[in-house]
Design a protein around this ligand. Structure first.
Ligand SMILES: [Mn+2]
Length: 195
Protein backbone atom coordinates (compact mmCIF):
# COMPACT_ATOMS: atom_id res chain seq x y z
CA UNK A 1 0.00 0.00 0.00
CA UNK A 2 1.50 3.33 -1.04
CA UNK A 3 -0.22 5.32 1.67
CA UNK A 4 0.70 6.96 4.94
CA UNK A 5 -0.82 8.78 7.90
CA UNK A 6 1.32 11.18 9.86
CA UNK A 7 0.71 13.47 12.83
CA UNK A 8 3.07 16.37 13.44
CA UNK A 9 2.77 18.42 16.63
CA UNK A 10 4.63 21.55 17.66
CA UNK A 11 3.85 24.45 19.98
CA UNK A 12 2.43 26.25 16.93
CA UNK A 13 0.45 23.59 15.05
CA UNK A 14 -1.00 20.09 15.28
CA UNK A 15 -1.49 18.50 11.89
CA UNK A 16 -2.63 15.08 10.73
CA UNK A 17 -2.22 14.13 7.08
CA UNK A 18 -3.34 10.97 5.30
CA UNK A 19 -2.23 10.33 1.71
CA UNK A 20 -2.97 7.46 -0.66
CA UNK A 21 -0.86 7.74 -3.79
CA UNK A 22 -3.02 5.23 -5.66
CA UNK A 23 -6.26 7.03 -4.97
CA UNK A 24 -8.86 8.78 -7.11
CA UNK A 25 -8.25 12.33 -5.96
CA UNK A 26 -10.78 12.36 -3.13
CA UNK A 27 -10.15 14.94 -0.43
CA UNK A 28 -11.26 16.25 2.95
CA UNK A 29 -9.04 19.15 3.93
CA UNK A 30 -9.75 21.35 6.96
CA UNK A 31 -7.03 23.73 8.08
CA UNK A 32 -9.09 26.68 9.28
CA UNK A 33 -7.75 28.69 6.33
CA UNK A 34 -10.45 28.73 3.65
CA UNK A 35 -8.39 29.64 0.61
CA UNK A 36 -5.68 27.15 1.58
CA UNK A 37 -8.27 24.37 1.89
CA UNK A 38 -9.43 25.28 -1.64
CA UNK A 39 -5.81 24.92 -2.88
CA UNK A 40 -5.23 21.59 -1.08
CA UNK A 41 -8.45 20.29 -2.65
CA UNK A 42 -6.98 21.17 -6.07
CA UNK A 43 -3.73 19.41 -5.19
CA UNK A 44 -5.58 16.21 -4.34
CA UNK A 45 -8.10 16.33 -7.17
CA UNK A 46 -5.55 16.84 -9.93
CA UNK A 47 -2.81 14.54 -8.58
CA UNK A 48 -5.35 11.74 -7.96
CA UNK A 49 -3.73 11.38 -4.54
CA UNK A 50 -6.41 10.88 -1.87
CA UNK A 51 -5.77 13.50 0.80
CA UNK A 52 -7.15 14.19 4.26
CA UNK A 53 -5.72 17.08 6.26
CA UNK A 54 -6.70 18.25 9.72
CA UNK A 55 -4.72 21.23 10.97
CA UNK A 56 -5.12 23.19 14.17
CA UNK A 57 -2.72 26.11 14.11
CA UNK A 58 -2.08 29.42 15.79
CA UNK A 59 -4.32 31.37 13.42
CA UNK A 60 -4.69 34.12 16.04
CA UNK A 61 -1.14 35.11 14.98
CA UNK A 62 -1.54 34.61 11.23
CA UNK A 63 -1.79 31.73 8.74
CA UNK A 64 1.96 31.30 8.29
CA UNK A 65 2.73 28.41 10.67
CA UNK A 66 -0.38 26.49 9.61
CA UNK A 67 0.39 26.72 5.90
CA UNK A 68 4.13 26.02 6.23
CA UNK A 69 3.68 23.13 8.65
CA UNK A 70 0.98 21.56 6.48
CA UNK A 71 3.51 21.66 3.62
CA UNK A 72 6.06 19.94 5.86
CA UNK A 73 3.57 17.25 6.89
CA UNK A 74 2.35 16.56 3.34
CA UNK A 75 5.97 16.39 2.13
CA UNK A 76 6.94 13.93 4.87
CA UNK A 77 3.86 11.79 4.27
CA UNK A 78 4.54 11.76 0.53
CA UNK A 79 8.17 10.71 1.00
CA UNK A 80 7.16 7.92 3.37
CA UNK A 81 4.35 6.70 1.11
CA UNK A 82 6.76 6.57 -1.85
CA UNK A 83 9.08 4.25 0.08
CA UNK A 84 12.07 3.23 -2.05
CA UNK A 85 10.29 4.73 -5.11
CA UNK A 86 10.33 1.41 -6.93
CA UNK A 87 8.59 1.58 -10.29
CA UNK A 88 7.65 5.26 -10.27
CA UNK A 89 7.94 7.47 -13.34
CA UNK A 90 9.91 9.91 -11.11
CA UNK A 91 9.53 12.98 -13.37
CA UNK A 92 6.46 15.05 -14.11
CA UNK A 93 5.70 18.32 -15.83
CA UNK A 94 2.62 20.32 -16.67
CA UNK A 95 1.86 23.56 -18.44
CA UNK A 96 -1.47 24.65 -17.02
CA UNK A 97 -3.73 27.51 -18.11
CA UNK A 98 -6.43 29.03 -15.94
CA UNK A 99 -8.01 32.01 -17.65
CA UNK A 100 -5.30 34.73 -17.58
CA UNK A 101 -2.82 32.57 -15.69
CA UNK A 102 -0.36 30.19 -17.33
CA UNK A 103 1.91 28.26 -14.96
CA UNK A 104 4.49 25.57 -15.68
CA UNK A 105 5.57 23.01 -13.09
CA UNK A 106 8.39 20.52 -13.59
CA UNK A 107 9.47 18.17 -10.84
CA UNK A 108 11.78 15.28 -10.02
CA UNK A 109 11.15 13.01 -7.03
CA UNK A 110 14.91 12.87 -6.69
CA UNK A 111 15.34 13.02 -2.92
CA UNK A 112 17.19 16.30 -3.55
CA UNK A 113 15.12 19.25 -2.36
CA UNK A 114 15.40 22.29 -4.61
CA UNK A 115 12.82 24.96 -5.34
CA UNK A 116 12.86 27.41 -8.21
CA UNK A 117 9.90 29.74 -7.73
CA UNK A 118 9.39 32.26 -10.51
CA UNK A 119 5.84 33.37 -9.74
CA UNK A 120 4.72 36.95 -9.20
CA UNK A 121 1.45 37.26 -7.34
CA UNK A 122 0.35 40.84 -8.03
CA UNK A 123 -1.57 41.42 -4.79
CA UNK A 124 -0.48 40.93 -1.15
CA UNK A 125 -3.77 39.23 -0.25
CA UNK A 126 -6.31 36.85 -1.74
CA UNK A 127 -9.28 37.58 0.51
CA UNK A 128 -7.65 37.33 3.95
CA UNK A 129 -4.90 34.99 2.73
CA UNK A 130 -1.31 36.27 2.47
CA UNK A 131 -0.18 35.46 -1.07
CA UNK A 132 3.47 35.04 0.02
CA UNK A 133 2.38 31.83 1.80
CA UNK A 134 1.93 30.07 -1.54
CA UNK A 135 5.70 29.99 -1.96
CA UNK A 136 6.16 29.00 1.70
CA UNK A 137 3.95 25.96 1.14
CA UNK A 138 5.86 24.76 -1.91
CA UNK A 139 9.22 25.41 -0.22
CA UNK A 140 8.16 23.17 2.67
CA UNK A 141 6.75 20.53 0.31
CA UNK A 142 9.97 20.49 -1.72
CA UNK A 143 12.27 20.34 1.29
CA UNK A 144 10.41 17.66 3.21
CA UNK A 145 9.24 15.65 0.22
CA UNK A 146 12.73 15.57 -1.30
CA UNK A 147 11.43 17.14 -4.50
CA UNK A 148 13.30 19.16 -7.10
CA UNK A 149 10.53 21.57 -8.06
CA UNK A 150 10.48 24.32 -10.65
CA UNK A 151 7.42 26.53 -10.87
CA UNK A 152 7.33 29.30 -13.46
CA UNK A 153 4.57 31.74 -14.23
CA UNK A 154 4.49 32.51 -17.94
CA UNK A 155 1.52 34.86 -17.68
CA UNK A 156 -0.92 36.02 -15.06
CA UNK A 157 -3.04 38.94 -13.90
CA UNK A 158 -5.26 37.66 -11.10
CA UNK A 159 -3.69 36.35 -7.88
CA UNK A 160 -6.40 33.75 -7.23
CA UNK A 161 -6.00 32.35 -10.73
CA UNK A 162 -2.19 32.36 -10.55
CA UNK A 163 -2.07 30.59 -7.16
CA UNK A 164 -4.66 28.05 -8.26
CA UNK A 165 -2.86 27.39 -11.54
CA UNK A 166 0.34 26.79 -9.55
CA UNK A 167 -1.33 24.21 -7.30
CA UNK A 168 -3.01 22.52 -10.25
CA UNK A 169 0.13 22.36 -12.37
CA UNK A 170 2.16 20.90 -9.50
CA UNK A 171 -0.66 18.44 -8.84
CA UNK A 172 -0.79 17.30 -12.43
CA UNK A 173 3.01 16.93 -12.57
CA UNK A 174 2.94 15.00 -9.31
CA UNK A 175 0.33 12.64 -10.72
CA UNK A 176 2.71 11.60 -13.50
CA UNK A 177 5.77 11.40 -11.25
CA UNK A 178 4.27 9.16 -8.52
CA UNK A 179 2.57 6.82 -10.99
CA UNK A 180 4.03 3.35 -11.44
CA UNK A 181 5.36 2.75 -14.95
CA UNK A 182 4.19 -0.75 -15.94
CA UNK A 183 7.17 -1.10 -18.32
CA UNK A 184 9.59 -0.86 -15.38
CA UNK A 185 7.47 -1.53 -12.31
CA UNK A 186 10.13 -3.45 -10.35
CA UNK A 187 13.05 -1.07 -10.79
CA UNK A 188 14.27 2.04 -8.99
CA UNK A 189 14.21 4.76 -11.69
CA UNK A 190 17.89 5.75 -11.44
CA UNK A 191 21.12 4.41 -12.92
CA UNK A 192 22.51 4.77 -9.38
CA UNK A 193 20.03 2.14 -8.20
CA UNK A 194 18.69 4.35 -5.42
CA UNK A 195 16.81 7.62 -5.03
MN1 LIG B 1 -10.62 29.05 -7.25
Amino acid sequence: MRSHTLTRSTAETEITVTLDLDGTGSYDNQTGVGFFDHMLDQLARHSLIDMTVRAQGDLHIDDHHTVEDTGIAIGQALATALGDKRGIRRYGACLLPMDDALVRAALDLSGRPFLIWNVDLPTAKIGTFDTELVREFFQALSTHGGITLHVDMLHGLNSHHIAEAAFKSVARALRDAVEVDPRKADAIPSTKGAL
